[in-house]
Design a protein around this ligand. Structure first.
Ligand code: ADP
Length: 369
C-alpha cells in the first residue's frame, strides 16, 4: 500500500478512536494536534487548544510540584512516562486521567516532541473508591465484632470462675447435708458451668483466629500424620479408617490449618453412621489459583437445607444428648478458610455421607472475614 495512504488511514484511526485523548506535543509541551476524544474528554475544540501548553490540564497542586515538566523530562530520558492523577477540563471540572507520554525522535535520535494519550478513568476510580470504602468499613466492623467477642467472653470468665469455685465449695463442705434432689440440682449446676466454661473458651479461641498471622509452608501429609496421631484415641474407639496421600505443600497459617483439618475429621468421626465404620478420605486437587481440598465421609449426612446454617456460630442440627458439641467447629473452619482467602462448602444428602470442600489459594491473602 502507498505509504502516504497508510499514513492517512492511521491519522483517521487516531482521530476517531473512542475514549482516548490522543495528541502530539512539541518538545516544550505545546499542543500540536487534537483528536475527537480529546475534545470529548477535556472539552476544548482543536482551534481553542492547539498551541497551548499541556500544563493547562493540570491542577494547581500538580503545577506546584512541576508535574508536567517532570513527566516530559521522564519521557525524554526513559522514552515513556506514565501518571494517574486529577486533570482539569475546560469547564474547570476534574477527571481522573491515566496519561502515557511517549517521546518522538528524529533520525539522529533527538527528541522532537511527544505523543500523549489520556484516558478518563473517573468512573473506574469512583467504583474502586466505593469498594475500598466498603472494605475499610467491613474491616472496622469485623475488628469491633472480634473485640466485642473477646471482651464479652473474657469478662464472662470472671463471674463464672466465682460460681464454679463456690459450687465446688458447697459440694465439698455441705454435700453430707444434701438430700438426693439437692445433689442432682448441684450436679446440673456443675455440668452447666462446665459447658459454659467450654463455650467461653471456644469463643475466645474463635476471636483469636488469625491474630498471629505467620504464614509458613505446610506439608499437608505431615500435618495429617501428626493429626491422626493426636486423634489416635478417637480413631481407635470409632474404628475409623482415614486415608490421604499425595497431599500438597501449601502456604498458610499452621495452627489454624491444623485446627481446620482437626475439626473436619473429628466431625466426620463424630457424625458417623451407627451401622458402618467411619471411612474418611482426604484429597486435594490443583486448580488454576488454589488447592481444592475435600474431606469425604460415609456418616449420617446433612440435609441440604442446612448447608449454610451449619457454618454459623453456635448452630447445630442435633441435640447435645445425641451428639455432644456446641456448634462452633464449622464456624471456626469457615473463619480459617476465609482468613486464607478461600471458600468452604458442604456437599451432602441426608444419610449419604458428607463431603466438606474448601479452597486455599496458592498465595493466601488476608481477606476481611
Ligand atoms: P458441633 O460439632 O459442635 O455440633 P459444628 O459447628 O462442628 O458443631 O457442626 C455444626 C453441625 O453440622 C453439627 O451439629 C452437625 O449437625 C453438622 N455436621 C458437621 N459435620 C458433619 C458431618 N461430617 N456429618 C454430618 N453432620 C455434620
Amino acid at each position: 500500500m502507498d505509504p502516504h495512504i497508510k499514513q492517512l488511514q492511521l491519522l483517521k484511526l487516531v482521530e476517531e478512536i473512542e475514549g482516548h485523548a490522543i495528541f502530539v506535543l512539541d518538545k516544550n509541551g505545546n499542543i500540536e494536534t487534537w483528536n475527537k476524544s480529546a475534545e470529548k474528554i477535556k472539552g476544548y475544540k482543536a482551534e481553542e487548544i492547539i498551541g497551548q501548553n499541556i500544563s493547562t490540564f493540570y491542577t494547581n497542586a500538580d503545577l506546584m510540584i512541576g508535574l508536567p515538566e517532570k513527566l516530559l523530562a521522564e519521557a525524554t530520558v526513559n522514552g515513556t512516562a506514565y501518571n494517574e492523577s486529577w486533570r482539569v477540563r475546560k469547564d474547570k471540572t476534574k477527571f481522573w486521567g491515566a496519561v502515557t507520554i511517549t517521546a518522538l525522535h528524529d533520525d539522529e535520535g533527538n527528541v522532537t516532541g511527544f505523543a500523549k494519550i489520556t484516558r478518563d478513568l473517573t468512573e473506574r476510580m469512583a467504583a474502586e473508591n466505593i469498594i475500598r470504602q466498603h472494605s475499610r468499613e467491613l474491616e472496622i466492623k469485623n475488628k469491633e465484632i472480634e473485640q466485642f467477642a473477646y471482651i464479652a467472653s473474657h469478662d464472662l470468665q470472671e463471674p463464672l470462675f466465682t460460681v464454679t469455685n463456690l459450687v465446688e465449695f458447697f459440694q465439698t463442705e455441705y454435700q453430707h447435708l444434701f438430700d438426693e434432689n439437692a445433689n442432682t440440682y448441684l450436679n446440673f449446676i456443675i455440668q452447666a458451668t462446665g459447658r459454659m466454661k467450654n463455650l467461653i473458651k471456644n469463643l475466645l479461641d474463635y476471636s483469636h483466629i488469625g491474630s498471629e498471622k505467620k504464614l509458613a509452608k505446610i506439608d499437608c501429609n505431615q500435618l495429617l500424620d501428626t493429626l491422626t496421631t493426636d486423634l489416635a484415641n478417637q480413631i481407635k474407639k470409632s474404628g475409623a479408617k482415614i486415608s490421604y496421600k499425595n497431599l500438597p505443600v501449601i502456604k498458610g497459617y499452621p495452627t489454624e490449618l491444623s485446627q481446620l483439618f482437626q475439626n473436619l475429621i473429628s466431625n466426620a468421626i463424630k457424625f458417623r453412621n451407627k451401622n458402618e465404620l467411619p471411612k474418611i478420605e482426604v484429597s486435594a486437587i490443583k486448580g488454576p489459583e488454589c488447592w481444592r481440598f475435600k474431606i469425604k465421609d460415609n456418616g449420617i449426612g446433612i440435609d441440604p437445607r442446612f448447608k449454610v446454617k451449619i457454618f454459623l456460630i453456635f448452630q447445630r442440627l442435633h441435640d447435645r444428648n445425641e451428639y455432644e458439641g456446641n456448634g462452633i467447629g464449622l464456624a471456626y473452619c469457615k473463619k480459617i478458610v476465609e482468613l486464607h482467602g478461600g471458600r468452604i462448602s458442604v456437599e451432602s444428602n441426608n444419610g449419604k455421607g458428607s463431603s466438606f470442600v474448601f479452597t486455599i489459594p496458592f498465595e493466601p491473602n488476608l481477606l476481611i472475614i
